[in-house]
Design a protein around this ligand. Sequence first.
Ligand code: ADP
Ligand code: ZN
Length: 221
Amino acid sequence: MAQHDLILLGPPGAGKGTHAEYLKTDMNYMHLSTGDLLRVAVAAQNNLGKQAQTYMEAGELVPDDLVIDLVAERMEQLGSDEYYLLDGFPRTIVQAEALAEILEGIGREQPLVINLAVSDAEVVRRLSGRRMCPGCGTIYNVHRDGLDIGDNCPQCGGELYQRSDDQPEAIRNRLEVYKQDSALLIEYYRQRGQLVTVDAEQGQEEVSAELAQLARRGRLY
Ligand code: ADP
Ligand code: ZN
């Protein structure tokens, strides 16, 4: 039974991290997050890391050619029995076109692009409800877990706090940035028949089940 290679798109708060983790552990996907790969490069202070660092610290996109090289290298190492899950890439049309070309070059089918759809109101609700533990790093949610600022973490006792960029105003800004950046990409993949939209306002289990089904199904396009 063939699996699809996947690209995950979705606004902050869509649950991309959770779903990527599920696809990785339960379906054996190779999770390729350009954000993670770049952070590793910066920490190692290798050539790529040194070049990427300034952009990342300024909250800007790293130049296309650097990120494309990074992804191309991973793609060329993929075995024919391995499936990847791209997270954080492509971010631009130039990157999307380069990816299509890389895949053609290695004779691999184009991936299915999963758009995790969540309304603005739900994004604001989810992110403004987020509470972080400084002790163990666990992320809670007021709405889901009933734990609020100042409560103690059930796992380590740390005092929960809220990230400053999880205030409604900052969330709306991040959402606007995401929408501007993703609109062209979504349109690009829609035109090529690669886009599938999943209602990410459903419960985690329902979303996971849909993702598993999409990942396993035969050709969709
Ligand atoms: P965030 O959700 O904060 O954007 P990521 O982990 O996806 O987090 O990315 C962190 C940073 O890494 C970005 O702000 C950007 O500088 C860089 N980056 C990640 N992916 C890409 C990409 N596809 N193109 C350009 N820069 C990227
Ligand atoms: Zn904790």
